[in-house]
Design a protein around this ligand. Structure first.
Ligand code: ZN
Length: 439
């Protein structure tokens, strides 16, 4: 894999920020702090907004002179960004937006907080990619996947792909685009970077994404899917040849090198995420073995994957927001654990839950399953049709009490996950694998 063509840019010392930018950073932080004190959430949106009102060019100023990596896609952004940040050196040397704050305001605040770092890794909401790229001039952009999500908010997935394609066309040729060759929509979106020779194709595999790309994005003819990848029956376009791909045991490079990938985080999809982080490390000139060692220490991402003790059960939180995510999540479930399916339909989740009928919940048959969340009745109907024996209770405590003692995997969508974290944070995490140290 070629090195990034970008030379190490001059660093901007924090003390050299213009007075207006410094004022913007301080005001943004104060506003975020105040919002937290008032119990109005994390304060990211208001803090970032205040900072940008004072200095509209703040993000460009804060990231100038830093190596910036952007990660976008429907699923796996937070985990891939976290693994990438570790791969590139971890806390202290890499600034990262945590907690899913992946729109402009959250990214501005993360850039302000991490401005002494050498590098930034930002996960970016699919719809914000163009404007964040324009302000940060990334050295690497990783495009993970595109699938249906938040049916009532995000425009149709093909329109997001078209916007990405325009975003990619607007990138400088110094930006290396790492794109998922197995996802026909991503391959189409990244095509403009191929013309300038700045794309590296990755093949993470996985069939979960393909349900939303049965038609060719270029000519709308049917796509066929084979062992070697997809191809179009109309215009003949096919899966690009990858530089790096996932095999049974790890990641293989076209040049013959092979790396075992960390299995600290569960599921095939997290090996795919680790492979993308490894690819960023290779582009950035970071020693891959060191990168993998650091990645293997990541046991939890924003409260997910770790085990917590709650009401006599050992609970683990897993996030899935859409059918593609649920398909991967069902692979991650502990075979011996009971399962809770927790679904809300608030603004951040999308109010339309018709996607429940596109998830293969039949795979839960034979398990002890409880449902939770605002839309538990909808989920219960779906699970009953799937012939799953389901317990429906008013809150998570009752749901857990109705399940056998031992391990419980809670599969939740976005705000259901936030609700559960609030409950869990009042409890105690279990020590050891899957649990982060608590101070
Ligand atoms: Zn075609």
């Amino acid at each position: 894999m070629s090195q990034s063509a970008q030379s190490e840019p001059e660093r901007v010392e924090p003390g050299r920020l213009p007075a207006r930018a410094l004022a913007a950073v301080l005001a943004g932080r104060s506003a975020a702090w105040l919002s937290r004190r008032l119990g109005r959430g994390r304060g990211t949106t208001v803090g970032g907004h205040v900072a940008r009102v004072i200095d509209p060019d703040l993000l460009a100023r804060l990231t100038r002179g830093h190596q910036v990596v952007l990660v976008s896609g429907t699923n796996g952004k937070s985990t891939t960004a976290r693994l990438t940040a570790e791969a590139l050196g971890g806390a202290g040397t890499v600034g990262l937006n945590r907690g899913g704050a992946n729109m402009t305001e959250g990214i501005v605040l993360a850039a302000a907080a991490g401005r002494r770092a050498r590098r930034f890794v930002f996960e970016v909401d699919e719809s914000y990619l163009g404007r964040i790229a324009a302000q940060t001039t990334p050295s690497v952009l990783a495009l993970l996947n595109l699938s249906r999500d938040q049916l009532d908010r995000v425009s149709e997935v093909a329109r997001v792909a078209a916007r990405w394609r325009a975003d990619v066309a607007g990138l400088p040729s110094t930006t290396v685009v790492l794109a998922n060759a197995d996802d026909p929509l991503v391959a189409w979106a990244a095509e403009p970077a191929e013309r300038t020779g700045s794309v590296l194709w990755l093949a993470p595999g996985g069939s979960a994404f393909r349900g939303d790309a049965t038609l060719c994005p270029r000519c709308h003819a049917l796509l066929t899917l084979e062992e070697t990848g997809w191809s179009c029956t109309g215009c003949g376009v096919r899966r690009p040849e990858p530089v790096l791909w996932l095999d049974e045991t790890g990641a293989r490079h076209r040049d013959g090198r092979h790396w075992a990938l960390p299995d600290t985080l569960p599921g095939r999809v997290n090996r795919a995420n680790a492979m993308t982080a490894l690819a960023v490390a290779l582009v950035a000139g970071v020693d891959p073995d060191q990168a993998l060692r650091r990645m293997s220490l990541v046991e939890a991402v924003d409260g997910r994957y770790e085990r917590w003790a709650l009401l006599g059960r050992q609970v683990r939180l897993l996030l899935a927001k859409n059918p593609a995510g649920w398909a991967e999540l069902l692979d991650m479930l502990d075979p011996d654990a009971a399962v809770v399916v927790a679904v809300n339909a608030r603004a951040a989740d999308g109010r339309d839950t018709s996607w429940l009928w596109d998830v293969d919940f039949e795979r839960l048959a034979g398990r002890a399953v409880g449902v939770s969340g605002d839309r538990r009745a909808d989920v219960a109907v779906r699970l009953e049709v799937a012939e799953v024996d389901v317990r429906v209770c008013a809150d998570i405590a009752e749901t857990l009490a109705a399940l056998p003692a031992g391990r419980v995997d809670i599969a939740a969508n976005y705000t259901a996950m936030q609700d559960l974290r609030a409950v869990l944070e009042a409890g105690t995490r279990l020590p050891g694998r899957g649990g982060e140290d608590v101070g």
